[in-house]
Design a protein around this ligand. Structure first.
Ligand code: NAP
Length: 263
């Protein structure tokens, strides 16, 4: 995907990974549209980057409905959709309340699926497009205190594989990003929970999962979209964990090779 002058929509762009991605896409010459609830912050950032801000609560079905059409009407056709917004309720599942779990499934899983459903027809019609879904190593491995989150991220990674099956033969790319702990508000909150912090210390002591810097993640993600890479796994040394979980998806793909992708 050529990123110069591409129109890139990034959800969860008010801080953390989304903000860093917005900066990197703008640096690559793209025009960014930023989505999050914090209207003032995305307005300010859009001003700095020369993009647009579209405030929305993606857990709200009314706000999600028709969102891509509104963005395209006001800011032009979309070339890249980056599903990055996410939330992480921390604690054993028995200690979480229903609203927290509900909002997590809506934001981390339902919203990306729905935004793809809305964005893809236009991309297909224009013969150009890319979807990047920001998943997590929590979508392939499980740690205590984040079970609902792990479920949504596994769902997002698996959904992206399904998306590829539907898009086979079309000029639309997908990238799934599986990253471990990044020092953002979410990353810091996670490490305040004892069992998650202990798991993290163990993984780092084993030398398997060091933390990833925001700058590195954003730079590699933008490069992966530009190069139409299907998978980005960071830290790279943990790729074998994600690679093992990917095996059933790839073998199914192989088994149905030649079957028509769409009716
Ligand atoms: N940090 C990590 O260690 C890590 C590791 C692996 C994967 N990830 C994934 O990376 C993505 C970004 O995480 P992050 O670390 O940057 O988290 P973060 O610092 O907590 O930022 C989350 C972003 O999502 C937005 N958001 C939250 N609720 C929203 C809602 N209801 N509607 C619309 N936007 C909403 C927030 O903006 P507002 O509050 O303004 O709405 C913010 O921009 C997430 O999908 C996360 O699961 C993070």
């Amino acid at each position: 995907m050529k990123l110069t002058d591409a129109h890139v929509l990034i959800t969860g762009a008010s801080r953390g990974i989304g903000e860093a991605l917005a900066g990197q896409f703008a640096e690559a010459g793209s025009r960014v549209t930023l989505v999050a609830r914090s209207a003032d912050r995305i307005d300010e950032l859009a001003g700095e980057l020369g993009g647009a801000a579209v405030p929305a609560d993606l857990t709200d079905p009314a706000a999600l409905s028709g969102l891509i059409a509104r963005v395209e009407e006001e800011h032009g056709p979309l070339d890249v959709l980056v599903n990055n917004a996410g939330r992480l309720p921390i604690g054993a599942i028995m200690d979480l309340d229903q609203a927290d779990v509900d909002a997590t499934v809506r934001l981390n899983l339902l919203a990306p699926i729905e935004l793809c459903r809305q964005a893809l027809p236009g991309m297909i019609e224009r013969g150009r497009g890319h979807v990047a879904n920001i998943s997590s190593t929590a979508g392939v491995g499980c740690w205590p205190g984040i079970a609902a989150y792990c479920g949504t991220k596994a769902g997002l990674t698996h959904f992206t594989a399904g998306l590829r099956a539907d898009l086979r033969g079309l000029p639309i790319g997908t990238t799934v990003v599986e990253v471990h702990v990044v020092p953002t508000r979410m990353g810091e909150q996670l490490l305040e929970y004892g069992p998650a912090a202990a798991s993290d210390r163990r993984m780092r002591r084993l030398g398997i999962l060091p933390h990833v810097t925001l700058e590195k993640l954003a730079r590699h993600t933008v490069k992966a979209v530009a190069n139409n890479r299907r998978h980005l796994r960071l830290p790279r040394r943990a790729a074998f964990i994600a690679g093992l979980s990917e095996a059933p998806r790839r073998s199914t793909e192989w088994m149905i090779a030649g079957v028509p992708a769409r009716e």
